[in-house]
Structure formats: structure tokens, C-alpha cells
Design a protein around this ligand. Sequence first.
Ligand SMILES: Nc1ncnc2c1ncn2[C@@H]1O[C@H](COP(=O)(O)OP(=O)(O)OP(=O)(O)O)[C@@H](O)[C@H]1O
Ligand SMILES: [Mg+2]
Length: 363
Amino acid sequence: MESLRKTRLLRMLLVDDDEDDYLIFRDMLSEFKNWEVQLQWISSYEAALELPKPGFYDVCLMDYRLEPGNGIELMKKFQKDGFTFPVIILTSHGDHEVDMEAMREGAADFLDKGQVNSQLLERSIRYSIEHCKNLEALRQSENQLRILSSKLMEAQENERKRVAHELHDSIGASLTAVKYGLELEVTRAGEGKRCLDGAVLGQLTSTVEATIKDLKRIYGNLRPLILDDLGILAAMRSLVRQFREVRPNASLVETIDAEEHEIPEGIKIVIYRIIQEALNNISKHSDADQVELALSNKRGIVLLSIRDNGRGFDLREILMEDDHRHKLGLQSMKERAELSGGAFTIVSSKGKGTTIKVTWPVS
Ligand SMILES: Nc1ncnc2c1ncn2[C@@H]1O[C@H](COP(=O)(O)OP(=O)(O)OP(=O)(O)O)[C@@H](O)[C@H]1O
Ligand SMILES: [Mg+2]
């Protein structure tokens, strides 16, 4: 079984000013069975400072005693220069203080030269590399989280701006017109004119009607009231109706295979927003003439799927575009789905349309 395992390349840097130690480590490394070790030995502190490009090694063994500095100082310099490989600090005599300092400063492990053997060394390297990979994954996910929260703040700010403009342009403007109309009537009354001006009042009534309509549209966008009043199935049909109005040439087939009570309350708004964004994308980007929208609850799994036969796209290309950070639709669909306990998949390829599927396990 052992012989079937593939040997992997291990690029290792050893910084140690003692040639005997280098020879001992070289012998130990030659005993490694699953790794083919490519060892580079650097014999002084100064030579280590001259090292070129970071990221070239899988692991570094670093002697603590390195005149004129020490191994921990050198490791910190490496880290500052962007080297991300794990560093294992070596001492000739186990020194608890050095061990603690090495750990604090980010060393992956600490080994006593007097006690190390090939097996121990192999194990320490394996653990150090794995630990370093996990740290890197954590760093990346923290980074993603940072990008995401800044995107969310940006989206929130944009939404506030949009609502402020809408309120200013429609409600603000209409109320100003109503105020002038009313003032006119008040002036007329002040001048002793008893009867109201029918034309002005008629105008005011239709302005108020239009304002109510605008207001409904604005709060309807903020929170789909139809969802609270009539439920997700009615809300879905309303989105379907809106899509048909905007895209009369595309045929949209909806298949609803679930009762209202079979869809958990908590995911209704998620379903609504995902359908809304997916249909928006279809009408903005796809040029599809056939669209299928389906919602079902079978054997405890709620499945939402939205498919179009439009131009499709290459997700990798989209992610590489400079402005992809400003495109929020796909990202927010995925995040909404996952935050609500669902699994989100999107399959799309150029010329072959796009299919979005979300499943939620429900009891
Ligand atoms: N159904 C679709 N058919 C074809 N292309 C699509 C479809 N859905 C998305 N795309 C492509 O994927 C890109 C990313 O979509 P996404 O919804 O994230 O952003 P957007 O629609 O461009 O902007 P936003 O949704 O933030 O207003 C789109 O710009 C488009 O190129
Ligand atoms: Mg979009």
C-alpha cells in the first residue's frame, strides 16, 4: 500500500550556520518516504536576508542561534516581506522561553535538535504545512467577509439614495403642488370668495391619487406587502405578471407544486427576492424566449428553480471582469439562499441558457 502512494515534492529551506547540522537534517530528510525533498541550505543570517521572491518554499527550518540576530527575528523579517510558508524554529537545547516566543510570533512549530529524528521531523512538517493552509483559508474567508460587508454597506447606501430620490421626486414634488393648490384656495377664501374652485380641487384630487400610487410603488419595493397579505404563491404570480408585461415575447411557464403552508415563513422573502432578481436578470441580460419557474415541496425538500434558454454566460469570465464587484445580483441570491439554510447552484454556459436552483431542507 505504502509503495502505491505518490511522492510529492517538498521544497524546503534550511537556515542554519552549522554545516554538521545541515548534514544531519539532509540525512533525516532523505529518509522521508512520501516526499521528494528539494532542500536549499542557507548558512548565514545575512545570506537569508538576500533571499529573493517570497512563496517559493513549502516549509522553512530555521535555527534559533543565528548571529548577528536570531531565527525568530529572521522569521519576522520574512513575514514582513510577504513570505507565507510555515517556519519551524530549531534550538540546540529545549528552551521554554524561546519556544513561547516562537509560538507568539507565529512560528508553526519548535523543535529541539537534540531530540528530533526523521519521524518527528516529518510529522512536524506535515502538521505545520496543514496548519499554514488552514490559516491561509481563514485569511481568505475573512477577506471575503470584509469585501462582502463593504458591498452590503454600499448596497444599503445606494438603496437609501434611491429611496431618498424617489421620495423627493415623486412624493415631495406632489405634496408641494398640493400645498400650492390649497394655499390658492385659502387666499380665495380670504378674499371673500365663498365657492370653491372645482378645477383646482379636481387637479388636487388627481395629484393626491397619483401620490398614493407612487407611495405604494415605493413601499412595495421596500417590502413586498403582497407577501404578508396574500402569501408567497400570490406574490410569485404577481412577479410572473410583471415579467410578462415587460417581456411579452417571452413565454414564461410557472409550475407551483406546493401549498402555501408547505413553505416555511422564514424562506418566503428569500424565495421572492431570488425570483425577482433572476427574472430581472433574464429580462436584462438573457434575450430568452422561454422561461420556466418552478416551486415544489417534495419529501421535505423545497426546490425553487428558474431556467431560461437565453444567451447564458461564463461565470469565471464574469468574476474576472473589473467591475464584477459592482454586480450584486448573483452574489446576493447565493448569500440569501445560504443564510436561510439553502443550497444555491447556478449552471450557465454561453448559448445554452441559465438554470438557477435552490433547495431548502424542511421538516
Ligand atoms: N439569466 C442570465 N442570462 C444571461 N446572462 C446573465 C443572466 N444572469 C446573469 N447574467 C450575467 O451575469 C452578470 C452578473 O449578474 P448580476 O445579477 O450579479 O449583476 P447585474 O445584473 O449585471 O447587476 P445587478 O444585479 O447588481 O443590478 C450579468 O451582468 C450578466 O452578464
Ligand atoms: Mg442582476
